[in-house]
Design a protein around this ligand. Structure first.
Ligand code: SAM
Length: 270
């Protein structure tokens, strides 16, 4: 629909216009296949004319590195900072500095429905609070310990805690493997919302787990590695800590690249 309207307004071929995009607050993020800066600008200006609530259009170039930092190119408008509202929660975000995993909506709903009264939840890779803010505000969890390494994401997280008037999130800036030392045996639930290479953080997670703790372990695996490799990785770490584990659910969340999947395993540490 949007594609057709852009084509009409710009005179470009529909095949030159991207079919998918993401709206965060008043910013539209789009991946472009075409190379021409003039055509990209034309598309962005048309978007602003067609969708009056969009103030900025950014081309999403890549998301890179350990801190999953995005790189965007502003095509129309100016500010890359916006406030996104979802389920009554406000998320202040700078789309040029941190990623917002809006696509994981179902996964977040599934997680929220499981939180029990009085739980201490540890979010090892909190970002700007995509999981932690709704848990703190919308469930009966006692507290959320929210750890983030990237100072920019951490600052946005603390802004978001104030913006949403939340008082049961303990925000910590630093590497979760170091922060974990302070929280041995403290967690009823642990969220490991980061990949690839999440297996290297399993020892810190198991260290923080109370008996009966549920760990939500996200990672990337090749189809042919499922499910032996992740289960073996979990087993090895549990064994080293003299613990056992029980799988609650193992799920393919979405395709990541050809024959490679974003997966989540919920398991209980016993
Ligand atoms: C993919 S983002 C996801 C954030 C959030 N879980 C979500 O779903 O929106 C991963 C986050 O983990 C942070 N991170 C990476 N390595 C970390 C570490 N060792 N300790 C704490 N945070 C880390 C990154 O800076 C980034 O903000």
């Amino acid at each position: 629909m949007l594609k057709k309207k852009i084509a009409k307004l710009t005179g470009l071929k529909e095949s030159e216009i991207p079919g998918s995009y993401q709206i965060i607050g008043d910013i539209l993020l789009i991946k472009m296949k075409i190379k021409s800066p003039t055509k990209k600008k034309k598309i962005a200006e048309a978007v602003i004319k067609i969708l009056p609530y969009v103030k900025t259009v950014c081309e999403l170039k890549e998301i890179k590195g350990e801190l999953r930092e995005p790189f965007v190119n502003v095509l129309a408008g100016s500010s890359t900072i916006t406030t996104h509202k979802e389920n009554d929660i406000l998320y202040k975000i700078d789309v040029n500095k941190v990623m917002f995993s809006k696509g994981n909506l179902l996964e977040r709903k599934r997680l929220l429905s499981q939180i029990k009264e009085g739980e201490t939840v540890i979010d090892m890779f909190v970002g700007i609070g995509y999981f932690s803010l709704p848990i703190a505000k919308l469930t009966k969890a006692k507290e959320v310990i929210a750890i983030e390494k990237n100072p920019t994401a951490y600052n946005l997280l603390t802004d978001n805690i104030h913006l949403n008037k939340i008082n049961n999130i303990i925000a910590i800036q630093g590497d979760c493997r170091i922060a974990a030392r302070t929280f041995g045996g403290k967690a009823n639930r642990i969220i490991m919302g980061y990949f690839p290479g999440t297996e290297q953080f399993l020892p810190a997670a198991i260290w923080m787990a109370k008996p009966g703790c549920i760990i939500h372990y996200h990672n990337i695996y090749k189809e042919k590695e499922l499910w032996d490799m992740p289960l073996q990785q979990i087993e090895e770490v549990c064994k080293a800590f003299n613990k056992k584990f029980e799988v609650i659910i193992k799920k393919k969340v979405k395709s990541y690249s050809p024959r490679t999947l974003h997966t989540v395993i919920d398991f209980k540490v016993i």
